[in-house]
Structure formats: structure tokens, C-alpha cells
Ligand binder design. Structure first.
Ligand code: ZN
Length: 497
């Protein structure tokens, strides 16, 4: 009887954590992901209960449910305390906070009161209060949840009919720079690749990205609009998944496929998510709220390839890319994002297989970048003729999300130029017969607007604007035109990642 009572107490406390997390991240709510969180929590909880029971047996103490509950609580709320301290810019590291939590547990081990009927009643009441407050948050947040809060919702695309409109494949080689910026910055001559593309039928465009980070650039392109403010709830996957482009294509019965060569986000609204991330990456933000994240970080050398195998991910990406096929001309949209030539840099060994480059790329980012440009070039030149052949009536867009970022060793003399290069991206487009684009597009935000001008003449082209994203707690945006690097503080605060 006592045992059953304990199990009920443990279960209510364990249930609290995924419900608490979900009620604070209501935008991410989906049944499968909630069930996954529940599963993860109960498996970890079970391990904690067994571990504490073993510890108690070793030190010859009877099983005390209060100690177990404290253990579970400490484990699952660690990340919340950690984030609270980080917010105050006190630079607390896991190595400082973990021992403190261990101490608290040791104190609990020694001084926890014995479990009596009265203590059980108190604990039970506390747990019920926790659950009620979770549910309260859940329902109050739920009402206010609205998609697209970061964007000026554009009505330009209302009632647009895309009957007989081509399929679209958008290949995003992350951080791929323009021909000019590559030449100027590294003296690398990329004309071979450009000529190859032109021979296949691509047109090279002179364009810029509007943002210097994927997280804002890609959602902006897909919302066909600018984001000018953000906050910590901004979720790239959600913004892509619920973007205006996705909505438009879905309402016109396009089949949506995501080839995830980026390793980070699952797109709920897409019909197919290929090369998708694994359970650990998918739940990284949940692990962030508990002690799993530091444990994963500390033990990472043991299983780096289980969490995220970059090489395997890139291979999967290109395998799936050449299998994109649309012989029966169903309308399709393929979003194919690959973390290349972006770090971590890869090298090709003599047998032609890819492997991770060691840390030397940090000392020579140029060399790493060029090596990776050559890998992408070769893979694309091999794949594109197959893709073109298998996908009649399809627009194939190769457009990087931003230019190259030299963040490791910013040379202040050259910094201003470098900052401009951050926006100098690569754009090439292959169009079906009788499909032409007006020459009025200079930046990513307008590319799909320009494409959809074929379906409706009234689609306006937006003014080109450029923003810099500060990766600090408060993210700030600067108009690129007025952007100077006069302030060292700006560099310190912003040029991370
Ligand atoms: Zn990027």
C-alpha cells in the first residue's frame, strides 16, 4: 500500500515537468511531441528512483519517498535555476552549479524527515497545487496563442490561385558566399562552378540576404516579409512551418518536403521530413530545463555521433536530394537546407568519403571554407542534372541564407568590409520554359514575391532592408545602411556564433 502511494506521488511530480514545460511553450504543443516528453521524463524518472534506492541501500537507510521526490525535483528543475542565473549575466557555469545541487541533495539525504501520514498529505497537497498552476498557465497561454506575431501579416497573397504553377525546389547551402565576396576575401576563383551552373541552365543573380543568421533569414524569406523585433520565444522551426509561403502552398495543395541537412528542426506542417533529427536534438530545449543538458555536454565525447552525426546528415541530404522526383507533375515544394559550407567543416578523403575536419579549421577558416565550397560544388554539379531531368516544370532555386561570417578573429581594420560580406550570399535560379523573372529582385525577402508575380500581377516587391542580429538576450536589429562598427561593445555583444 505504501509502495503504491509512493509511486503515485512520484508519478504526479514527474507529470508536472512535461506539463509545466508545455504550458510555457504552448506554441510547440503537438500530441506526439507531448507524449514523447512524457516518455522521456518517466524513463529518466525511473532511472533516478532506482539510483536513489541504490544509494539509500548502500548507506543503509530505508527508502524515504521524500528524498526520492527531492532528487527528482532537483534533477528536473536544474536547468530553470541555471537559466535564471545566466539571465543575470553572472556567467555561472555548470561546473559551479552542479556541485551546489549535489550538496543540496546530500543535505536532503541526511536531514529529510521520515515519511509519515502527515508529511505525505503535505507533499500531496503541494503536488496538486503544482499541477493546478500548470493547467492554469496552460489554459491562460492557450487563449493568447496567435501565429505570426513577429510579422506584419501580408495580405498580398490572399486568394492566390496556383493552378498549373510550377513546383519549387529551394536548395539552401548555408553561408555560401557570392562569387565576388569569395574572390575578394579569399582570392578563390569560383568561376568553374558558376560556368557549370550556367551550362546546365541556371541564371546567376546578384543579390543579398536581409539577415546575417539563418534563424531570421530563412523565416523572413518564407514569410516574404521582414521581422523587425523578436524575443526569446522565437522558434525558427515554428516560424518556417507556419510561414506565409507554407500556408499559401498548402492551400493550393502542394506537397511539402523538408530535407533536413541542418540537423535542428522538424517542420510540423510539412508532409515529409527527411534526414530528420533524432530524439535528443528534437527535445534539446526540454533537456535545457533539467539536468540532462549538462550531462549530455559532459559526456558528449563518448557519443558525439549519436547526438548529431554531421557527416551522415550531409550524406543523407544529398542522397535524398537526387531522389526528389516529380514525373507525374504533382505540385511540390522542397525545402532542402544543408549546413554547408557552414562550419563544422568537412574534408573528403582519398576514397571520396566525407569526414569531420579537426579543429585546425579554427586557425584557418578560409581554407576550411574553400574546402567545403568545393565539396558542395561537386555534389551539386553531380546532382542538379538528375534533379532537372526528374522534375519537369520546376523552379530550382539555389539560394544561401547569408554570406560568410568571419567571427573567430575579427580584424577591426577590415571589420566593416567583413560585415558587408555577411550579407553577400549566393543565388542561382533555374526556371521552366516560358517562365521569366522580372529583374527587380535584389534581396532574399523578395525572391518568392517575384516568383509569384507570375500568378498575380499585384504582388508588390518590398524595399530592400538589411538587419544585424545580436545574439544576446535582448536581440537588437540595425538597418544595414546605417550600420557601423564604431562600438567595440557591439562587436563583443553581437559577434558570437
Ligand atoms: Zn545560416
Amino acid at each position: 500500500m505504501k509502495k503504491l502511494q509512493n509511486i503515485i506521488l512520484y508519478s504526479i511530480l514527474l507529470l508536472h515537468f512535461p506539463v509545466f514545460y508545455t504550458s510555457n511553450n504552448i506554441s510547440e504543443l503537438s500530441m506526439p511531441s507531448f507524449i514523447e516528453l512524457l516518455g522521456i521524463t518517466f524513463v529518466i524518472g525511473f532511472i533516478i528512483i532506482i539510483t536513489i534506492s541504490i544509494i539509500l541501500r548502500v548507506i543503509k537507510k530505508p527508502i524515504n519517498p521524500i528524498i526520492v521526490l527531492i532528487g527528482i525535483f532537483l534533477f528536473f528543475s536544474y536547468g530553470i535555476f541555471y537559466q535564471g542565473l545566466i539571465n543575470e549575466e553572472s556567467h555561472v557555469r555548470h561546473i559551479v552549479l552542479l556541485p551546489i545541487f549535489a550538496m543540496v541533495f546530500l543535505v536532503a539525504l541526511k536531514y529529510s524527515p521520515k515519511s509519515t501520514k502527515k508529511t505525505t498529505q503535505i507533499i500531496f497537497s503541494i503536488l496538486i497545487i503544482l499541477m493546478v498552476s500548470d493547467l492554469f498557465t496552460f489554459f491562460s497561454e492557450y487563449e493568447y496563442e496567435s501565429a505570426g506575431e513577429y510579422w506584419n501579416f501580408s495580405e498580398d497573397f490572399n486568394n492566390m490561385e496556383l493552378e498549373n504553377f510550377p513546383s519549387i525546389i529551394w536548395i539552401i547551402p548555408d553561408e555560401y558566399p557570392s562569387y565576388d565576396s569569395l574572390q575578394l576575401m579569399t582570392s578563390y576563383d569560383n568561376s568553374n562552378f558558376i560556368n557549370n551552373l550556367t551550362d546546365i541552365g541556371f541564371e546567376i543573380k546578384d543579390m543579398r540576404s536581409n539577415y546575417d543568421f539563418s534563424a531570421y533569414s530563412i523565416p523572413s524569406t518564407m514569410n516574404m516579409n521582414y521581422i523587425t523585433k523578436t524575443d526569446k520565444h522565437f522558434d525558427v522551426g515554428k516560424e518556417i512551418s507556419n510561414s506565409r509561403l507554407v500556408e499559401l502552398l498548402q492551400s493550393n495543395n502542394y506537397e511539402l518536403t523538408h530535407i533536413n541537412g541542418f540537423g535542428e528542426f522538424h517542420l510540423d506542417n510539412f508532409d515529409n521530413n527527411l534526414c530528420d533529427d533524432n530524439i535528443i536534438l528534437r527535445n534539446a530545449r526540454y533537456f535545457d530545463t533539467n539536468m540532462m543538458l549538462p550531462i549530455l555536454i559532459i559526456t558528449q565525447p563518448l557519443y558525439v555521433n549519436i547526438v548529431y552525426d554531421h557527416v551522415r546528415n550531409v550524406e543523407c541530404y544529398f542522397e535524398e536530394l537526387i531522389q526528389v522526383e516529380n514525373i507525374n507533375s504533382k505540385q511540390k515544394f522542397v525545402l532542402a537546407h544543408v549546413l554547408l559550407p557552414h562550419r563544422p567543416h568537412l574534408i573528403e578523403d582519398e576514397g571520396g568519403s566525407l569526414e569531420r575536419r579537426g579543429n585546425d579549421h579554427l586557425r584557418n577558416p578560409e581554407e576550411g571554407l574553400i574546402g567545403n565550397i568545393e565539396i558542395v560544388n561537386q555534389k551539386l554539379i553531380e546532382s542538379l542534372p538528375i534533379i532537372i531531368e526528374n522534375n519537369p516544370n520546376t523552379i530550382i532555386l539555389i539560394m544561401s541564407d547569408h554570406g560568410f561570417r568571419y567571427d573567430q578573429d575579427v580584424d577591426f581594420q577590415k571589420a566593416t568590409e567583413f560585415q558587408k560580406f555577411r550579407y553577400d550570399n549566393f543565388v542561382a535560379i533555374y526556371l521552366p520554359n516560358n517562365f521569366e523573372l522580372e529583374n527587380n529582385v535584389n534581396s532574399n525577402v523578395n525572391i518568392f514575391r517575384s516568383i509569384f508575380q507570375h500568378a498575380s500581377e499585384n504582388i508588390p516587391i518590398l524595399e530592400d532592408r538589411f538587419f544585424h542580429v545580436c545574439y544576446t538576450e535582448i536581440k537588437e536589429f540595425y538597418d544595414f545602411e546605417n550600420y557601423t562598427l564604431g562600438s567595440k561593445k557591439l562587436i563583443d555583444n553581437c559577434l558570437i556564433n
